[in-house]
Design a protein around this ligand. Structure first.
Ligand SMILES: NC(=O)c1ccc[n+]([C@@H]2O[C@H](COP(=O)([O-])OP(=O)(O)OC[C@H]3O[C@@H](n4cnc5c(N)ncnc54)[C@H](OP(=O)(O)O)[C@@H]3O)[C@@H](O)[C@H]2O)c1
Length: 302
C-alpha cells in the first residue's frame, strides 16, 4: 500500500514510517520543512505550508491510507499566539488535506488521525473507555474535539480512525525526558498530590496500534494507551528505583506548579484514567503491558 503520513518526521511518525517501509509499504510524507524532503524509492517527502494553504498534491498519487500526525508540540508555553499554532497545525492542516483530496482523483480507503486522551474528564476512579461520551472542558479538550471533527469529515472518502493517545514513553524524546531528568539528578519528587493518574503507552506499542489499525481497518475512536494507567507517585517511584536515586520529599505542591506553568499545569496535574477497551476486544497484543516493563526497556537504552 502507499500511505501518506503528515508529521512523519516526529517521534511517532519516524518509528511508524520505518515499520511500514520494513513491512513493504511505500511512504509519502508531508513536511513543513523543505530540508526534510528526501526522495527514496519507498520513502518520499513532499512540502506543505499550512498558513499559505500550499500543498504539493503529488503526495496524493496512488495513496490508499492517510495517517495525520502533524501537530505543534503542546509542551511549549501556551501564549495566545502559540495556542493558535497548536490548533492550526492540527485542524487547518487536516482541512488543507481534505480540500486537496476533494480536488484529486485519489480514492483513499482509510483516514487515521492522531487525537488525545485530554478529551476525557478528570478522573481518580472511573476508568474511561471509548464508549464514554462525557468530555472535559479545557483548552486541550477543545483542541481534541475540533481535531476529531475535522477527521470525521474524511468519512466521505472511507473509514476514519481517531487514535486518542496518552503520554507516549520513548527513549528518543517526548514527555519522559523532563520527568526523568530531575529524578536522575537526585532532585526528584512527586508532583502535586502524586495521586493523579497518567495514561501512558510505550512508543513501540503505539506504532503497533497504528499498524494494526491500518492492517485491520479498525474504525472510530481507539484509545492509544496501555491497559493500566499509573499514578504520578508510582511512575516517579518506579523511575527513581530504576535510576537508583532517592526521592526528595515533600512533593512539589500543585499551587507552585500552577504558578509556574499556568494552564499548562493540566499536563501534569490532571488525572487521566483511560483504558484501551477497543484494543482489548481485538487480537492486538501489547509488548509493554506494565509501566515497569516499559521503563526497564526505555531506561535500559540510556
Ligand atoms: N507524543 C505524545 O505523548 C502524544 C500524546 C498525545 C497525542 N500526540 C499527538 O500525536 C501526534 C504526533 O506526536 P509526536 O510526539 O510524534 O509529535 P512530534 O514529535 O512533535 O512531531 C510532530 C510533527 O508535526 C510536524 N509539525 C510540528 N509543528 C508543526 C506546525 N506548526 N505545523 C504543521 N506541522 C507541524 C513536524 O513535522 P515536519 O517538521 O516534518 O513538518 C513534527 O515532526 C501529534 O499530533 C501529537 O499531538 C502525541
Amino acid at each position: 500500500m502507499t500511505i501518506l503520513i503528515t508529521g512523519a518526521t516526529g517521534l511517532i511518525g519516524t518509528e511508524l514510517s520505518q515499520q511500514l517501509v520494513q513491512s513493504g509499504h511505500t511512504i509519502h510524507y508531508l513536511t513543513t520543512s523543505k530540508q526534510k524532503c528526501v526522495n527514496e524509492p519507498h520513502y518520499k517527502g513532499f512540502y506543505w505550508n499550512i498558513a499559505c494553504k500550499e500543498i504539493d498534491t503529488a503526495c496524493l498519487e496512488g495513496v490508499d491510507v492517510i495517517v495525520h500526525l502533524a501537530g505543534a508540540s503542546i509542551a511549549k508555553r501556551w501564549t495566545k499566539k502559540y495556542r493558535e499554532e497548536i490548533i492550526s497545525s492540527r485542524i487547518d492542516s487536516s482541512n488543507l488535506l481534505f480540500d486537496a483530496l476533494s480536488r484529486s482523483n485519489t480514492k483513499i480507503k482509510h483516514f487515521i488521525s492522531a487525537s488525545g486522551t485530554a478529551i476525557y474528564p478528570e478522573s481518580y476512579s472511573t476508568l474511561y473507555s471509548e464508549n464514554n461520551v462525557d468530555t472535559a472542558s479545557s483548552f486541550l479538550a477543545d483542541v481534541v474535539k475540533q481535531w476529531e471533527a475535522t477527521a470525521d469529515k474524511f468519512s466521505i472518502f472511507g473509514k476514519v480512525t481517531k487514535v486518542r493517545t496518552g503520554v507516549v514513553l520513548s527513549s528518543k524524546g517526548g514527555a519522559l525526558q523532563p520527568i526523568l531528568k530531575p529524578i536522575a539528578w537526585g532532585f526528584g519528587s512527586y508532583l502535586g498530590s502524586g495521586n493523579q493518574y497518567m495514561s501512558w503507552i510505550h512508543v513501540q506499542d503505539l506504532v503497533n496500534v497504528y499498524y494494526y489499525s491500518i492492517e485491520n481497518a479498525l474504525e472510530g475512536v481507539v484509545n492509544g494507551v496501555a491497559e493500566e494507567p499509573v499514578t504520578n507517585k508510582k511512575l516517579t517511584q518506579c523511575i527513581a528505583n530504576l535510576v537508583k536515586k532517592p526521592l526528595i520529599l515533600p512533593a512539589i505542591p500543585a499551587f507552585i506548579l500552577k504558578l509556574m506553568l499556568g494552564q499548562m499545569s493540566e499536563l501534569i496535574l490532571k488525572s487521566e484514567k483511560v483504558t484501551c477497551q477497543k484494543l482489548k476486544n481485538t487480537e492486538f497484543r501489547f509488548t509493554f503491558k506494565t509501566i515497569d516493563k516499559a521503563l526497564i526497556e526505555i531506561l535500559g537504552k540510556k
